[in-house]
Design a protein around this ligand. Structure first.
Ligand code: SF4
Ligand code: SF4
Length: 511
């Protein structure tokens, strides 16, 4: 078990006693030169020569480029509405995990060097000199924010701490302080095509194995194709879907839905990763380079549509930025959304009555649903406001008889982060991840106690991985987290499915 205390759960979130610096030791490993260079950043796990000038130059450049950042630096009135809204503050009690305090780490430097009052009367306006100590503090606390945007929902001025965190991380990477976890993963995507570093032959083997497994299980040959030119749909999904539980059960589900819908589809070995950690490090050049692989793959394969699998931040990048970063997508079929979410596709199939569903297959479970931050607060899944909340629930209810939502103040746009998003899903941040999961664990426990919920469904690879890890620390089991398309997969009955069993039963009867 952990060598730190797991916070106690309560029926309602308890605002912790504010403590100074209790999480100041928490920071991810710094990226060495090999992981910095491949992303175009300088340094070797520490500040570069002349870092101060580079820091201020980069901050100035960003203030000019992103008006939102300039506005966020200027308009906070310290009303305090955001202070108790961050899961990392609720789980750790560290004062600097209050969103306003997190923003202030950069704001104080901004004031000192970019405002008249800060230049001449720093003490009066809380401005501070840019020192090594200040930068180290930023590295620590800007890696205690999962860029979940929950605080922005409650800020009367709409200040988005996630954007401040992204800007700070990008500046830090430019002065030699990049995160090893995120930068190493982005490098793997550039070199091999996915976060896991799974090369094309291994991916082909995995998908072949999956086809055999499904055929053995249901007696129907469901295809999981790779690099098939001329397929209608390119599926871009998180690489965790290729083997890890419960992710792979979701991928099995997508394949069954495509099979039932009678569409041709393929995965691409060039773009075998939906995740885009460029978002986490706040660097649009890297985000763009990762996105361009999808464009290249779609063009090479000649597909008509692009569908994204269950991945929260990947969907946020796809929904909000794909067109700007890698568009125009005028070579795709304009009759379909670019891109489309797999849940939108499945929901449409359900509406058209082309899926044969037996809900009773999921009767052994009672479900709840975790809204993933990047879907809930940064995108839609369908075409109307709130569709990102309704469509996942509609699909779950179409394939399960037993469903209960968690408390209203913990779902939809007020959802609590899993605790591992935003580039923090690394073992060097385990204390933060476990403590940050507290509010979600409390809400889940309540619905388990009150409604007999047995499982929680999610549509994000990071959420699923994080919950698999943290559930046991809170007295639950890792298999209580499931993919939404895992539920679809269990309930869907494909043509020909069970025919062999029926034939065997007939033979037995005749005998
Ligand atoms: S964006 Fe999320 S993690 Fe970051 S400060 Fe706001 S509530 Fe906390
Ligand atoms: S809610 Fe908004 S304005 Fe109020 S303290 Fe927080 S960031 Fe500042």
């Amino acid at each position: 078990m952990a060598d730190f205390e797991i916070p106690e759960t309560h029926e309602f979130p308890v605002i912790p006693t504010v403590m100074e610096g209790v999480m100041s030791h928490s920071a991810p490993f710094l990226a060495k030169a090999q992981f910095q260079e491949q992303l175009g950043f300088p340094g070797d796990a520490g500040l570069i020569d002349g870092w101060k000038e580079v820091f201020l130059e980069k901050l100035g450049e960003m203030l000019g480029k992103y008006r939102s950042l300039q506005v966020f630096m200027d308009i906070c009135v310290k009303c305090g509405a955001c202070t108790d809204k961050c899961h990392y503050f609720l789980g750790t009690g560290d004062a600097k995990n209050m969103p306003v305090a997190r923003q202030d780490l950069l704001r104080k430097v901004y004031r000192r060097y970019f405002t008249f009052a800060g230049k001449y009367f720093p003490k009066l306006v809380g401005a501070v000199d840019l020192t090594e100590e200040v930068v180290n503090e930023m590295y620590s606390y800007y890696h205690q924010c999962s860029e979940c945007r929950r605080c922005s929902v409650f800020c009367p001025y709409g200040i988005d701490t996630a954007e401040v965190t992204m800007a700070a991380r990008d500046i830090l990477a430019h002065v030699g302080m990049g995160s090893k976890y995120s930068n190493e993963i982005i490098g793997k995507v550039f070199k091999i095509g996915n976060n896991l570093g799974l090369p094309e032959p291994a991916l082909a083997d995995t998908l072949e194995g999956l086809e055999e497994e499904v055929e053995e299980d249901i007696g129907v040959k469901v295809r999981y194709p790779l690099d098939e030119k001329g397929a209608d749909i390119l599926l871009v999904t998180p690489s965790a879907d290729f083997f890890a539980e419960p992710h792979v059960d979701g991928l099995i589900g997508y394949g069954k839905v495509f099979h039932a819908a009678g569409v041709s589809w393929t995965i691409s070995s060039k773009a075998s990763e939906a995740a885009n950690f460029g978002l986490f490090i706040g660097n649009y050049e890297n985000m763009r380079e990762i996105s361009l692989r999808i464009r290249d793959a779609a063009k090479e394969l000649g597909v008509k549509r692009i569908i994204f699998g269950e991945c929260g931040h990947a969907w946020r990048v796809a929904y909000s930025f794909l067109n700007t970063l890698a568009g125009p997508w005028d070579f795709l079929d304009p009759n379909y959304p670019v891109p489309q979410h797999i849940l939108d596709f499945t929901s449409d199939c359900l509406d058209r009555g082309i899926l044969n569903i037996d809900k009773s297959e999921n009767d052994w479970m009672t479900l709840t649903f975790h809204d993933s931050c990047n879907v809930a607060r940064a995108s839609r899944i369908g075409s109307y406001p709130g569709s990102q909340f309704e469509i996942p629930r509609k699909v779950i209810k179409a394939v399960c008889n037993n469903f209960y939502d968690m408390a209203p103040e913990t779902i939809h746009d007020a959802t609590f982060c899993c605790g591992g998003g935003g580039g923090l899903l690394t073992d060097d941040l385990m204390e933060l991840r476990l403590k940050g999961a507290l509010p979600r664990m409390e809400a889940l426990k309540n619905v388990i106690d009150d409604k007999g919920v047995t499982h929680m469904a999610a549509i994000c690879a990071i959420c699923k991985s994080q919950f698999t890890k943290v559930l046991p620390y809170y007295g639950m089991t890792m298999d209580q987290i499931v993919s939404v398309h895992q539920l679809v997969s269990s309930a869907i009955i494909l043509e020909g499915q069970g025919d062999e069993d029926d034939a065997e039963a007939d033979t037995d009867e005749a005998a």
